[in-house]
Design a protein around this ligand. Structure first.
Ligand code: AMP
Length: 237
């Protein structure tokens, strides 16, 4: 952690509505884990953190969805688990991560979004890269259901919207390539399976990481900008 601290410099940049502290890209390999239930906002926050940390976002959910779409052997194996709201077997996920971490943009570490989700995944990760911070975005279950069930995104640019909380503007997404996309697993039935997988298999990781002194919890049931500020502060510790 001390190493990451020394690599973070208090250079303030403006990001529309908030001031964020830009961290210089570290010159050694150290990774960050964004942790939390489905729909907590890990992906949204990871995207906002790319500039500040200089680390690429690695979302196992996105990688699996791409594999399913491309019809690769990994995708074919993962599809049924994803549709049922269950976790994909550890061996599949660990192999994906082992390959991803070899890519050139990952040489200084990455920002994991949705990985690890089990203790065996976390143990495997220890052999792959050093993790300096685990940031847990905490949101109560009842808020998760309403968040996930109204969620959609722009197929053109990936911006995330919500039927109630953040609808797309009447003239479409600002990227100019508006096309509505909804995830096949963002429905009420699958959400309850995803939440039970989280509570049974993933949440025990919180204590595991807490015991290592690298766990930081932030309240994820607030405005997106406020959560971003808290995460940036946690990364300075
Ligand atoms: P996410 O986009 O992170 O919500 O992930 C969507 C789905 O992909 C999950 O419900 C799981 O079926 C699968 N998945 C993503 N990441 C993992 C992981 N680290 N371990 C096991 N399954 C995963």
């Amino acid at each position: 952690m001390a190493a990451l601290r020394s690599a973070m410099v208090g250079q303030t940049v403006k990001d529309d509505s908030i001031s964020i502290t830009r961290c210089l890209q570290p010159t050694y390999m150290s990774s960050i884990v964004l942790f939390g239930p489905p729909g907590a906002g890990k992906g949204t926050q990871a995207e906002r953190m790319i500039d500040a940390t200089g680390l690429p976002q690695v979302s196992t959910g996105d990688m699996l969805r791409a594999a399913v779409k491309a019809g690769t052997p990994t995708g074919l194996e993962a599809k049924g688990f994803m549709e049922a709201g269950q976790l994909v077997p550890d061996s599949v996920i660990i192999d994906l991560i082992k390959d991803r971490i070899l890519e050139s943009d990952a040489k200084n570490g990455v920002m994991f979004d949705g990985f690890p989700r089990t203790i065996p995944q976390a143990e495997a990760l220890e052999q792959i890269t050093a993790v300096t911070h685990v940031i847990a975005i905490e949101v109560p279950d009842e808020r998760i259901v309403e968040r996930i069930c109204g969620r959609y995104s722009c197929a053109g640019c990936g911006s995330v919207y919500h039927d109630t909380f953040n609808p797309v503007p009447a003239d479409g997404c600002a990227c100019g390539h508006w096309e509505e996309k909804r995830r096949a697993d963002d429905n009420e039935e699958t959400v309850s399976s995803r939440l039970s997988a989280y509570h049974q298999q993933t949440s025990p990781l919180a204590d595991w990481y807490r015991s290592k002194g690298i766990f930081h919890a932030v309240n994820g049931d607030r405005a997106i900008d406020e959560i971003t500020v808290d995460i940036l502060n946690a990364l300075k510790v």
